[in-house]
Structures are given as structure tokens and as C-alpha cells.
Write a protein that binds this ligand. Structure first.
Ligand code: NAD
Ligand code: TYD
Length: 350
């Protein structure tokens, strides 16, 4: 008998790496991926594993209680790894209610089904969250697991609310839970509305590279496959009720990172140096733009033995190569809805 594990949001960026990691590594698990296939969900992300016998896809909305109840009643999951979310800060500024729906209501719908149908002593409910729940840092310090929550965007407020619900279900109903709060991820299959893939896509299309404000904001970047390994580690070895911070110990000012992306991509394309940097365009700042994020990952490193394996140099190089080799994927995800979103955003910022 295989163990049934539910992964939500498995057709998105991080979710597709997590699904691939689990399906390939654990042949004794049946991995069920539920995804609504919003603009950010794409089954092309999973082409290479879609026919494996320990994988099954269900198209559906985590907010739809009847569907979720049916799924949990049928499979009696021994683990839930919950990644489905609206995930982009800029979109949360345009339309906060979608974030309340999926991130808060969707999470509580899953928690209720888990409570009702799963063996709460054995089964694990694992919520994948973000460092953005902690708010912003000044020039010094790092977020630890005890940093008070202080979210500043509708996105981070909705993720903070969902973290609180997961913790509250642990305290109140004794669910066996874990939460991890991770820093910014990058890598293949990243939707080109986020900084790194947006810049690569615009460099390839000779379009302006919109840097918000002065480009001085700082993010801590982690390669997505290192995050997938951390999720495997926390899922299997994390302690009930605990939170783990996950980060790359790899801080970059946005403007420095954009220049690095320009140089690396130019080198790979054989362009003269500086040919992409001339595309850099400073635009209006994002509303409520958090200045700096930085994660202290010492707890997961010390207690669970995880550490990132991929250097930034190696990860960025692999990421740019992937986009250069997957132009069809980029073309597909930047047609349709993306065109109207991008023009709306760019109008707002310029
Ligand atoms: P993503 O936007 O690429 O993917 C989200 C996926 O969820 C998509 O496949 C989408 O179709 C699906 N989805 C959205 N609403 C749904 C619904 N109502 N029902 C079912 N499926 C739905 O996001 P991502 O970057 O892969 O992030 C995954 C998770 O990791 C999120 O919970 C996010 O908050 C968290 N996270 C992301 C980062 C990051 O840097 N991207 C960092 C830390 C934490
Ligand atoms: P993003 O990838 O949206 O992640 P997050 O806001 O969740 O950290 O943005 C990363 C940083 O890059 C953030 O400081 C905002 C900035 N940014 C730009 O300067 N230009 C852009 O076009 C985008 C999408 C982001």
C-alpha cells in the first residue's frame, strides 16, 4: 500500500519542483497534486513526470469545500504539503480579495478536511509560507522564528493569517503541523512576473527592465531545488507544531542583481558588455515596498541538518540557461492574460 500524500499548488513554480522531487524520490508514495491552474499554474511544468505511476493530478480549487471533502474522504492522506496560494505582491495590491480567498479561506478549508478525515496523530499538515510575514528589516539583523509577525502587503497579511490558522488548529484541535517561512526563491519554471524571470524575459525581448524606486531594496535568494530539499527535510524530520525559517544567506540589492543578470545573459548570448544594462529603467516604487528581508536559517541547519547546496553563481547560470533553452515555455506563459497584466502594471509604475 502506497502512502497518499497531497501536494497543493503543484503546477506552480515551487510546487512543481516539490512534486517532481517527491515523485522521483519516493516510489512508495502516491503523490496527488491539486491545482486550480490559475494564470500561475501550468501543467507544462510537470511534463516529464506526468505519466509516472505514483503521480496523479486533480484540477480543482482548494476553496471548494465539497471537492476537498470528497478528496480527503477518498484518499485519507498521511501528509499534506500546502503550497497553493496567490503569491505575487504586486497582484495583491491590485486585488487583495483573491488573496483572502485562496490563502486564508483555502487554507482553512484544507485544515477542516484534514481534521475530519485524517489520522491526526500520524498524518502531517505542512504549510509552506514566506519570510514576508515578518515585515521588513533595516540594514541590520535577520528574521528568526521568534520575530513578531508584522506583514505589510495584502499578500504577506494573507500568508500571516494562514500561518496563524495552521498554528491555531495545532493548539486547538491537536493537528500534527509544521510551518516553514522561506526567503525569495529563483530557478527554472519561475513565472516571469517576479524579479529574476521578468528581467531575463525582458532582456531576451529587448524590453525595459523596470527597477522599482532606487533599486536599493534587499532580498535573500535561495535556489528552488534547495527549497524543495528543505521541504522534504521538514516534512519528514520536523517536529510537530514547529516553525522553521529557510533562507539562502544570500542578500542582494535589486539593482546589483539586475546588473548581474544583464552581464550573465549578455555573456551567454555573446552580446557586447553593457548591451542589456542600457535597458534598466527606474520606475515608481511599489506601494508599501519592504526594504530588506534576510533569514536566519540556523534552526533548520542545526536541528535538521539541512543546508543550501547550490551557489548563487551556479543557480543563476543554470536558471538563465533554462530560460534560453525553453523559449517556447516563456512564449506560452507570456501570451494571453500576461499581456494585459503587464501593461496594467507598467502603466501604474511608469
Ligand atoms: P505560484 O504562484 O508560482 O504557484 C501557485 C500555484 O497555486 C499555482 O499553480 C496556482 O494555479 C495554484 N493555485 C492558486 N490558487 C489556487 C486555488 N484556489 N486552488 C488550487 N490551486 C491554486 O507560487 P510559488 O512561487 O510557487 O509559491 C508557492 C508557495 O510558496 C506559496 O504558498 C508562496 O506563498 C510560498 N512561497 C513562495 C516564495 C517565492 O519566492 N516564490 C517564497 C516563500 C514562500
Ligand atoms: P518579487 O520578485 O516580486 O518578490 P517579493 O516582492 O516577494 O520580494 O520582487 C523582488 C524585489 O524586486 C522586490 O524588492 C521588488 C523588486 N522588483 C522590481 O524592482 N521590479 C520588478 O519588475 C519586480 C517584479 C520586482
Amino acid at each position: 500500500m502506497k502512502k497518499n500524500i497531497l501536494i497543493t499548488g503543484g503546477a506552480g513554480f515551487i510546487g512543481s519542483h516539490v512534486v517532481r522531487h517527491f515523485v522521483k524520490k519516493y516510489s512508495d508514495y502516491l503523490i496527488i497534486n491539486i491545482d486550480k491552474l490559475t494564470y500561475a499554474g501550468n501543467l507544462e511544468n510537470l511534463n516529464d513526470i506526468e505519466n509516472l505511476p505514483n503521480y496523479k493530478f486533480v484540477k480543482g480549487d482548494i476553496c471548494e469545500n465539497s471537492l476537498i471533502q470528497k478528496l480527503f474522504s477518498e484518499y485519507k492522506f498521511e501528509g499534506v504539503i500546502h503550497l497553493a496560494a496567490e503569491s505575487h505582491v504586486d497582484r495583491s495590491i491590485l486585488n487583495p480579495m483573491e488573496f483572502v480567498e485562496t490563502n486564508v479561506k483555502g487554507t482553512v478549508t484544507l485544515l477542516n478536511a484534514f481534521k475530519q478525515h485524517c489520522d491526526i496523530d500520524k498524518s502531517v499538515f505542512y504549510h509552506i509560507s514566506t519570510d514576508e510575514v515578518y515585515g521588513e528589516l533595516g540594514n541590520e539583523g535577520k528574521f528568526t522564528e521568534t520575530t513578531p509577525y508584522s506583514p505589510n502587503s495584502p499578500y504577506s497579511a494573507s500568508k500571516a493569517a494562514s500561518d496563524h490558522f495552521v498554528r491555531a488548529y495545532h493548539t486547538t484541535y491537536k493537528l500534527n503541523i509544521r510551518i516553514s517561512n522561506c526567503s525569495n526563491n529563483y530557478g527554472p519554471y519561475h513565472f516571469p512576473e517576479k524579479l529574476i524571470p521578468l528581467m531575463i524575459n525582458n532582456i531576451l525581448n529587448n524590453k525595459p527592465l523596470p527597477v522599482y524606486g532606487k533599486g536599493e531594496n534587499v532580498r535573500d535568494w535561495l535556489y528552488v531545488k534547495d527549497h524543495a530539499e528543505a521541504i522534504d527535510t521538514v516534512f519528514h524530520n520536523g517536529k510537530n507544531g514547529e516553525t522553521y525559517n529557510i533562507g539562502g544567506n544570500n542578500e542582494w540589492k535589486n539593482i546589483e542583481l539586475v546588473k548581474l543578470l544583464c552581464n550573465l545573459t549578455d555573456q551567454k548570448l555573446g552580446n557586447s558588455s553593457d548591451s542589456s544594462q542600457r535597458l534598466i529603467t527606474y520606475v515608481n516604487d511599489r506601494a508599501g515596498h519592504d526594504f530588506r528581508y534576510a533569514i536566519d536559517s540556523s534552526k533548520i541547519m542545526r536541528e535538521l541538518g539541512w543546508k543550501p547546496k547550490v551557489t548563487f553563481e551556479q543557480g543563476l547560470s543554470e536558471t538563465i540557461d533554462w530560460y534560453l533553452q525553453n523559449k517556447k515555455w516563456l512564449e506560452n506563459v507570456t501570451s494571453g492574460e500576461y499581456i494585459s497584466y503587464y501593461s496594467k502594471m507598467y502603466e501604474k509604475y511608469s
